[in-house]
Write a protein that binds this ligand. Structure first.
Ligand SMILES: Cc1cc2nc3c(=O)[nH]c(=O)nc-3n(C[C@H](O)[C@H](O)[C@H](O)COP(=O)(O)OP(=O)(O)OC[C@H]3O[C@@H](n4cnc5c(N)ncnc54)[C@H](O)[C@@H]3O)c2cc1C
Length: 439
């Protein structure tokens, strides 16, 4: 990450304008950007501008009410789950929760069967009556011996055998990724465990809950700090040279940041088809997977997730595709190789922090992105050096302790130094020489 060897926020990367400058420009108002904006503003009193090219906050986790008044997730179903008490406690400052445990059924051979594969899945699929212990033996008898588990296919076949692989995973993976399971990293299906008991929850994390009033409301509360300005419908490239800032938090695609100089990192996209039906309920659980039929992979009914009472119901169908918004980094060795080139470039950018799913080209869940952003904050905080001193009580009087806007600062950003250093002028601190940090 760029901040590791960074001089910290004390070094101006841009000439600070007389008016309206910011300490940090955050690109992207999803989890990564919003968590960092909130921490930098509330804990370090920094002035933050957060921009997003979309017309809303929340990134892919954004939710909104549709025309029928049902709360939906325009970018596909987002179910919150984590084992991290730190992440859960952090987000709990901005939302109440509604306990929710997600359940998924897969439509296979004319039946709707629990997913991940459990004791009931196997018994109902094969018309058997195995006990938990017997199921272990059954799976062992089906599993193929594979010396070195490298691909997604190896992973599943070595755990549950070829028949279950063909019925539940093969075609779903083909649809989802547009690739054969043998062409994908083992990590893709390592995420889907099998169980020898009857536990039919999709996730087993300690904390499983949905923001009671939705994700967007939670993001609104995170960004409601007076030090944070939000600019929507704005690609950062439109403003990066117009608005003064000293450090950037970048959460967009890493290859786009570097103008694709090492080639494009492949992403899988999705087309969402949203439907509202004049009935209270459509399906028994939140999500039904269709591994073998139709062009879509799954149907999600939002009312299960949100708990909303309504006479109608809204669903989303997901159609995987290559073109469109970048959603899923494609986990293949050759792509990891390209990413490594970009990662090396990010390390040459001490005044830019690359955070989040797109900027680090990793399939992260929401909680992992929050954890990554909180860890980034800790490192940035440690690197603050002189800038932090500005906000130390005693160096300022009470009236200015809250925020010192750059509009009150000399044009070179020296306002970020403690008052007594500022009197000495920027030359007293070589890190504040405007030319010191290249872009
Ligand atoms: C279909 C789907 C379902 C998912 N379901 C779950 C789930 O159930 N549970 C879970 O934990 N996780 C889920 N995830 C993962 C979750 O969406 C991510 O972990 C999380 O949203 C990542 O947050 P982020 O801030 O890194 O990225 P994003 O949410 O993608 O935010 C990045 C933001 O940057 C903006 N941006 C990009 N480029 C620019 C630019 N040039 N200028 C300005 N703004 C820019 C984008 O518009 C975007 O809003 C799912 C993901 C998908 C695609």
């Amino acid at each position: 990450m760029g901040f590791n060897n960074a001089p910290g926020l004390g070094a101006p990367s841009r000439p600070a304008a007389a008016n309206g400058g910011f300490d940090v420009l955050v690109v992207g108002a999803g989890f990564a950007g919003s968590v960092l904006a909130e921490r930098l503003a509330s804990q370090l009193n920094l002035r933050v501008l957060i921009c997003d090219k979309r017309p809303h906050i929340g990134g892919n986790a954004h939710d909104r009410y549709d025309d029928a008044g049902l709360l939906i997730h325009p970018y596909g179903p987002h179910i919150f789950h984590t084992n991290s008490a730190d992440v859960f406690d952090y987000l709990s400052q901005f939302t109440e929760w509604r306990p929710y445990q997600h359940r998924v059924l897969a439509s296979v051979d004319g039946q709707l069967l629990p997913m991940p594969i459990n004791l009931d899945t196997v018994n109902r699929l094969y018309g058997m009556n195995l006990t938990a212990l017997e199921m272990e033996g059954f799976l062992a008898s089906q599993a193929e011996q594979i010396e070195q588990v490298k691909t997604s296919e190896d992973m599943v076949v070595s755990k549950v055998g070829r028949d279950l692989f063909n019925k539940f995973f093969r075609n779903y993976t083909r649809k989802q990724w547009g690739l054969e399971p043998a062409e994908l990293d083992a990590s893709v299906t390592a995420r889907v465990p099998t169980r020898c008991n009857r536990d039919d929850r999709y996730f087993t994390d300690t904390f499983q809950a949905m923001p009671r009033h939705g994700y967007t409301r939670m993001f609104e509360r995170m960004l409601a700090h007076p030090n944070i300005k939000v600019m929507l419908n704005t690609d950062y490239r439109e403003i990066e040279h117009l608005v003064p800032w000293r450090h950037m938090v970048y959460t967009g695609p890493v290859d786009a940041y570097f103008n694709y100089r090492h080639g494009r990192l492949p992403y899988r996209s999705l087309r969402f088809e949203h439907v509202t039906l004049p009935q209270e309920q459509y399906q028994a659980v939140g999500t039904v997977n269709y591994p073998n039929d139709y062009a879509y992979t799954r149907i999600t009914e939002f009312k299960h997730l949100t708990g909303q009472a309504h006479a109608q119901t809204s669903l989303v169908y997901e159609f995987p595709c290559d073109e469109g918004d970048p959603y899923y980094p494609v986990p293949r060795p050759q792509n990891a190789e390209i990413y490594r080139l970009y990662q090396a470039d990010t390390e040459q950018m001490p005044n830019v922090s690359f955070v989040g799913r797109l900027a680090t080209y990793k399939y992260y869940n929401m909680d992992q992105v929050v954890a990554q952003a909180l860890a980034t904050f800790k490192k940035l905080k440690a690197g603050l050096g002189a800038a932090q001193a500005l906000h130390t009580p005693g160096l300022h009087d009470a009236a200015t302790a809250a925020v010192t806007p750059l509009s009150e600062a000399p044009a070179n950003g020296a306002a970020l130094l403690p008052a007594r250093t500022r009197r000495d002028g920027p030359a007293a601190n070589p890190a504040l020489n405007g030319a010191a940090t290249p872009q």
